[in-house]
Design a protein around this ligand. Structure first.
Ligand code: GRF
Length: 217
């Protein structure tokens, strides 16, 4: 039997289209990123393409060598390094809140933010923080979601955009995209296909959240 799997097919729910574009004043975003920043780039691109009615006020990053900072510079977005080393989680979050408020941020997007957040941040932006996670939550929470999915033997995984709550990777789900796991997948090949979907659903989830007034800005 030959099994044909179309790895380019995608299943996104709720479905996304032009109708998720929100009208009115652009929502002011603060983005938190720890690494490559491809999701930051996807948001910036969606804004430029007119698919997302938002403005990125500031990028905050915690690793001095995060490529996200280079991307921010290319997009003329202020980038602020808040190194997590030698700080408690609460101290880091207090600094983040200070910086977000200084830049008049209304909604916070954790776009590859590899730190556990505390009530100091969550309480400052109640129901206004969203996160992208590379699995179909509630499966495979935590930092090694892709490795866990591969090891588990599931045949479909994906990515989730959700509201951030105190329990890690557990808040209200906004949008999910499914991605098939192929026979020869490695963490790298699977992650690459998941990221294609992440870049679709993250800008759409921001629009959806604003339009549905899930996040009242
Ligand atoms: C993404 O896969 C996201 O789901 C996870 O970290 C990765 C960040 O990728 N939380 P990038 O830095 O946006 O390219």
């Amino acid at each position: 039997m030959t099994l044909h799997v179309d790895s380019s097919s995608s299943l996104i729910s709720p479905s996304i289209g032009d109708d998720v574009f929100s009208q009115g004043t652009p929502v002011k975003l603060g983005i938190l990123a720890s690494g490559n920043g491809s999701n930051f780039e996807a948001i910036a691109q969606a804004i430029q393409n007119g698919q997302l009615n938002a403005k990125i006020q500031v990028l905050i990053y915690n690793n001095p060598d995060a490529y996200a900072a280079v991307r921010a510079e290319n997009w003329h977005v202020p980038a602020v390094l808040l190194n997590h080393r030698n700080r408690t989680r609460e101290d880091l979050d207090a600094k983040i809140v200070e910086m977000l408020q200084l830049h008049n941020v209304e909604m916070v997007v954790m776009a590859g933010w590899m730190r556990i957040v505390t009530p100091v941040l969550i309480d400052a932006f109640p129901d206004k923080i969203i996160n992208i996670h590379p699995s179909l939550l509630p499966s495979f929470k935590g930092a090694r979601a892709i490795e866990q999915a591969l090891l588990s033997g599931v045949k479909i995984t994906g990515c989730t955009v959700h509201l951030v709550s105190l329990e890690v990777d557990s808040g209200l789900i906004l949008i999910q995209a499914a991605v098939p796991i192929l026979a020869n997948d490695t963490q790298e090949t699977l992650h690459a296909r998941i990221q294609v979907e992440e870049h679709r659903i993250l800008p759409a989830a921001i629009s959806l959240a604003v339009q549905n007034q899930l996040l009242k800005c």
